[in-house]
Write a protein that binds this ligand. Structure first.
Ligand SMILES: [Zn+2]
Length: 315
């Protein structure tokens, strides 16, 4: 039979196609073998940096910025920076945020108005205008009259952020992390350390406590509330000073991991031996930025795995 006068084409035999498939399969297998031998199979090859690797959805980074505090919380790609170290720490913090691929901050928290916590915040707020800036309620007469504090206030007020003073019981969210303010209760404490903004950060069934420079008087205030204080990860109050982490507070927190932020050979003797001993009664996973550099706590709800990595050790 013909179509428009053209003779019917002979049926193309299937053999050549099948042959091609076999050759293709052999080539694929050979390539895979070569890749395996050279150790460059795609699954094993991951770039060391560049933020492309899947990371735990919840992370708390305690930055090594010398004497002071600066803590980055990341939850589902949303970020909050708690404190910004001394003014000299700003370049390090900005570099760190850049390295971690942070493009915006949902929250900046100033735990209290001392220079080793708010010093670097002015530069951070200018470079990363946050959506929200929070600080503790605080009586005006306690606030320092320093150029560092003025610079922080000017940056905060000029940033366009929602700027609020929070107290015990206030709540907010960063990504999937639910954050409760545990303290201060009122603005009537006698000193700034014990007016520190204390945050309980809950992500899935993992809890972290970020405590600023809280000392024992503020710990007692929190204990009086009968909050559930157990924490997988505790950012130890006031750089591990003797005046923080009472027996009663640690008995309520029962930390699995603890991180202390302080400078190498600092003038205050932080962290104090007694505080370390009290912490070691609950965990031997106590890390100090002065010794171990940046400390990163990770939690993955898919596996339930909690882990710590530092510049010098991993566990
Ligand atoms: Zn401090």
């Amino acid at each position: 039979m013909t179509l428009f006068g053209r003779p019917k084409l002979p049926k193309i035999p299937e053999d050549p196609k099948a042959k091609n498939k076999i050759i293709y399969a052999v080539v694929v297998v050979l390539l895979a073998v070569v890749a395996l031998i050279s150790g460059r199979l795609h699954m094993e090859y991951k770039p060391a940096s560049g933020g492309k690797q899947a990371d735990a959805p919840f992370q708390v980074h305690v930055l090594d910025i010398g004497q002071g505090d600066s803590i980055l919380v990341i939850a589902d790609g949303h970020a909050m920076l708690v404190d910004g170290g001394e003014p000299a720490a700003a370049p390090r913090i900005l570099r760190y945020l850049q390295e971690k691929g942070i493009s915006k901050l949902d929250y900046v928290a100033a735990t209290h108005a001392h220079a080793d916590h708010i010093g670097g915040l002015a530069e951070v707020i200018k470079a990363y205008p946050p959506k929200n800036i929070i600080e503790p309620v605080c009586a005006g007469e306690l606030l320092p009259v320093t150029s560092t504090y003025e610079a922080y206030l000017d940056a905060a007020e000029g940033s366009g952020a929602r700027f609020r003073a929070l107290r015990s019981g206030d709540r907010f969210k960063v990504g999937g992390a639910r954050i409760t303010v545990l303290a201060p209760d009122t603005d009537t404490a006698q000193d700034l350390n014990n007016l520190s903004l204390v945050l309980r950060v809950q992500y899935g069934d993992c809890t972290c406590l970020l405590t600023g420079d809280m000392e024992m008087p503020e710990e007692e205030q929190i204990l009086a509330h009968k909050y559930d204080l157990h924490a997988d990860f505790l950012k130890v109050g006031h750089h591990g000073s003797e005046s923080s982490c009472s027996e009663a507070f640690l008995a309520a927190v029962r930390p699995d991991y603890a991180a202390i932020s302080c400078g190498k050979d600092n003038d205050y003797g932080h962290p104090h031996k007694e505080t370390l001993n009290r912490l070691h009664a609950y965990t031997d996973k106590v890390y100090v930025t002065a010794k171990q550099g940046d400390i990163v706590f990770r939690y993955d709800p898919a596996t339930g795995k909690r882990s710590i990595a530092t510049d010098k050790t991993t566990s």
